[in-house]
Design a protein around this ligand. Sequence first.
Ligand code: XIL
Length: 338
Amino acid sequence: TLSSVATFPVGMAVTAGNEYRSFLGMPEKQNVLKTHFSQLTAGNIMKMSYLHPGENSYTFDQADAMINWAKANGLSVHGHTFIWHSGYQVPTWMSSYSGDFQAMLNTHVSTIAEHFKDDVVSWDVANEVIDENGIEGCWRNSLFYQKAGKNFVANAFIAAHAADDDAELYYNDYDTEGGNSAKLDCLLTLVDDLLAAEVPITGVGFQMHVQIDWPSIEAIGSAFKAVADRGLKVKITELDVPINNPYASTPFPQYASYTEAAAAVQKARYKAIVEAYLANVPAPQRGGLTIWGIWDGDSWLHTFNERQGVDDWPLLFTGPADGPYEQKAAYFGVLEAL
Ligand code: XIL
């Protein structure tokens, strides 16, 4: 299985807590996790609004239940994420906070890191804070940037490290895996600034919500290498590969159904991505590989791409909604590469 052959964590994002189809209520999902994976990421329930719904109130119950299951079954947990600007992920009280914003953010990070310090092995400290068309070059015009200025990222790493000095600390983003060279440059500038300031960053998380035909494998390999060359770890944090590229000029050019040919192309793509990871990141710098969802019907891409009803088969397993789930060709592509 993936977890038995890999020399680094092989992770899965899960719906948990009160979410629809939480894995905690689904034995067939638990079977997949126990059999094939060694790490969990909460797909949602460890984001800001879930853990910190009021300035002075934190809700850890749902995450703790997920973590207890992981511990009982020998899986580690990757934390996602202390800071993310996106829509409803920011608690409403925080959006209108009028006090010392940086001090409040430091407390947010350190309280959560402290709570999970025995159970969470690594964190996405900040998610998606850069923008290649952003302010002062590369800063996303987020609430955090507006209210705390550009040191909020460095400060988040420092606060996390002070609360939990053995957690691995990652900066996580999308579209940095080589297809968008301006954004990759922004990432490298951010990382170089953090390193120059001796901020305790362990590595970079590449989300990798990629396409079947983009970015090229060469571009992906160079992006990994650029980070590895800086002595940092590289973690693939949210991999999924839909069979059709919704951004292509002809929207669904390749496959209208999950044919054997489609499965083979997807298998080759997953395999090549993992091979690029192994070829460009030295073993001690491999932070792991996480897939963003268990089976095709669960993928966030269906709603994100606003194409409900159009299936993309982006993940490693298929099957009926309640399972049992079956390994796809893509699964064996990853396995062969490992
Ligand atoms: C997604 C979840 O999968 C969805 O369930 C939710 O509605 C929105 O967020 N980048 C990230 C993840 O860092 O947190 C996002 O997860 C997918 C994109």
